[in-house]
Design a protein around this ligand. Sequence first.
Ligand SMILES: Cc1ncc(COP(=O)(O)O)c(C=O)c1O
Length: 289
Amino acid sequence: METWGADVYPSPSDRTDFGKKVLAEDPENPGSLGIAISEAAEDASKHDDAKYTLGSVLNHVLLHQTVIGLETKKQLELVDEYPDAMYGCVGGGSSFSGLYWPFYRDTVSGKAPKDVEFTAVESTAVPKVTRGYYTYDHFDAARMTPMGKMHTVGHMFVPAPIHAGGLRYHGMAPTLCLLKEEGVIKSRAYNQVQTFEAAAMFAKTEGILPAPEPAHAIKAVVDEALRCKKTGEEKTILFLLCGHGLMDMQAYDDYLGGKLRPYEYPEEKVEESMRKLKKLYPWLDVEAE
Ligand SMILES: Cc1ncc(COP(=O)(O)O)c(C=O)c1O
């Protein structure tokens, strides 16, 4: 980014009021996507020449990414295949939605030749879909954005500093969450040690170094393929390799050096976050323990 002339500042930064507030409360705060969104929105609101647009979660972003699924369908047609199961990692849900929406369209319009299983894969350090609440919450930490109904671990959530930075977001695309609630989409979570094991296996067998985010989907695919191997089931499994890992050398170095920790977000932290949310908005149908 700097090569192309940008200035890059890590978030939380001392360049916004919200960033300063976060740092004053905790100088060691490792940041989150929710905090970075608040800082970016604040910066844009203070500069006439700046604009801010959310990079995931919202419908227009998901729709934009459907080029992924549309192209995939065409490629599969060339080899006369249709997936039985589809996997993608989810941070805000845009890349996976971009993959599954065109296939889900086949399902709802009765055109799908098979019953396809859709599985969203996330990090155990940020388990919004697998362990979060389905309720209204803000899309950013400073509550500058409106609320949306989604799976959330709370907008004030501060995730462990895992290498899959793109998955460190407290909420999820509301469309994906609704389909999860309706049983159309399944979800799974893995920790970063498990995912890097799968990533290393993938790199060795395919010659492609995956980013830490899609490594979560790879882990789910490896597990499913091994399960099928045991049962003798034949399945066409499709997953999204949404990023390569050539920018993530430090992550691989940490993995190979045995420095990665298998973070799990504690259950009581989810409850604490939800109690805070309920205190802010007593009308929410949240029953935190
Ligand atoms: C490589 C990669 N994959 C996945 C994601 C997660 O975002 P989304 O779920 O919106 O695709 C990110 C986010 O930054 C990313 O960089």
